[in-house]
Design a protein around this ligand. Structure first.
Ligand SMILES: Cc1ncc(COP(=O)(O)O)c(C=O)c1O
Length: 366
């Protein structure tokens, strides 16, 4: 499979080379501080004894797996610490496809664009199901698309790019489809700390051998570069997930795991509350300005992206470049996420300049 530069890299590069000042709303890199204990943990680790600079256990530091297990109410033996949710998703999808129970992967449209790439790399075939008006996958629509060839159903909640959040009934319905079609539901819960609706229900709330939950600390602790995530895998699927992880990575970096563990232990709920509040304020200010631009937009229930639709300005790569050059705002074209929202643009609200960006859009389209 040929290497393809992700479209967001391409756009960030284009924005960097643009002549004027451009506000970057392309990448999902948080711009706020990680927990203080996270930075302390990274610093402390540099002075550790030499034996603590050697391989970690391949499934992750036991203390970290126990901490994750306690927080998510699962047996630590079901947890594999991974190189972010990105690797965890790959492991989950690979496990689903290697069971010999079909080669189709059901994905939401619009989709987080790494899932189709992983599907193709693993020899699977994508089958897209458009999201409902609430920006999530309706279990009934997934059931309609499911068939004897369905190996995997990938859901993301809270969802990038729509901001949709699956509630307990929807999650139960989705796990039931996976069970009925002998498939594996991979539930990517990377944005689990960014639920503004109060409705978020993890797939872990449904006990099943047919679901794998993935998550990470990339967004919740504002550390996408530290690379610590995890998968929670049922017993019958666990060994092959662990083997693939070990054969690919050997193990995950110790200092990142140590710092995340310290931060989990020493950070109170107010840290997460503050980042949610910051994002909610920004989203409100951004969408107010979109009103002034006469745009239609999503009011996300979770995660930190807003999608906007401007009249006669579909979400093409060409139009995203025009926005960079003519409005000084860089967003992602909706077409990068599939067909369902190809008329839209996605803006990541992870910049203190979100309101200024919205003002620029209001001026450009107003
Ligand atoms: C839905 C989704 N899953 C996974 C990831 C990757 O997360 P990680 O940094 O934990 O690999 C992202 C990053 O933007 C994402 O939006």
């Amino acid at each position: 499979m040929e290497y393809q530069t992700p479209q967001f890299f391409h756009l960030m590069d284009y924005a960097d080379r643009a002549e004027g000042d451009v506000i970057d709303m392309v990448s999902g890199n948080p711009d706020w501080e990680p927990p203080a204990a996270l930075r302390e943990g990274l610093r402390e680790y540099a002075d550790r004894d030499v034996d603590e600079l050697q391989y970690a256990p391949s499934d992750g530091l036991l203390d970290l797996r126990e901490e994750i297990g306690a927080r998510r109410n699962v047996d630590p033996d079901r947890v594999v610490v991974t190189n972010g949710a990105g690797e965890a998703n790959y492991l989950g999808m690979a496990r689903a496809l290697e069971r010999g129970a079909g080669d189709e992967v059901i994905l939401a449209d619009p989709v987080y664009s790494y899932y189709p790439g992983k599907t193709q790399m693993l020899g699977g075939t994508e089958r897209y199901v458009p999201v409902g008006p609430d920006g999530t996958l309706d279990p009934a629509a997934v059931r309609e698309a499911a068939n004897e060839n369905t190996a995997c159903i990938v859901v993301n909640t809270p969802k990038n790019p729509t901001g949709g959040v699956l509630d307990a009934d929807q999650m139960e319905g989705l796990v039931a489809v996976a069970e009925d079609y002998d498939a594996v539901l991979v539930s990517d819960e990377t944005y689990d700390h960014f639920d503004y609706s109060g409705r978020f229900a993890s797939a872990l709330s449904v006990d099943s051998e047919h679901r794998i939950v993935t998550s990470s600390f990339s967004k919740s602790m504002a550390i996408t570069g530290v690379r610590v995530g995890y998968a929670v895998v049922p017993e019958s699927l666990f060994d092959l997930v662990h083997s693939r992880h070990m054969l690919t990575n050997v193990a995950i970096n110790r200092q990142g795991q140590y710092a995340v563990l310290k931060a989990l232990r020493e950070t109170g709920p107010e840290y997460y509350e503050e980042s949610r509040e910051l994002l909610q304020e920004r989203i409100a200010a951004f969408t107010d300005a979109l009103d002034r631009a006469g745009a239609e937009y999503t009011d996300p229930d979770g995660a930190f992206y807003v999608m906007a639709k401007f009249e006669d300005f579909p979400g093409t790569m060409e139009n995203s470049k025009r926005l960079i050059d003519e409005a000084g705002v860089a967003g992602m074209p909706g077409e990068a996420f599939g067909e369902a929202r190809a008329d839209w643009h996605r803006f990541a609200i992870v910049t203190p300049r979100a309101v200024e960006a919205a003002d620029r859009l209001a001026e450009y389209f107003g």
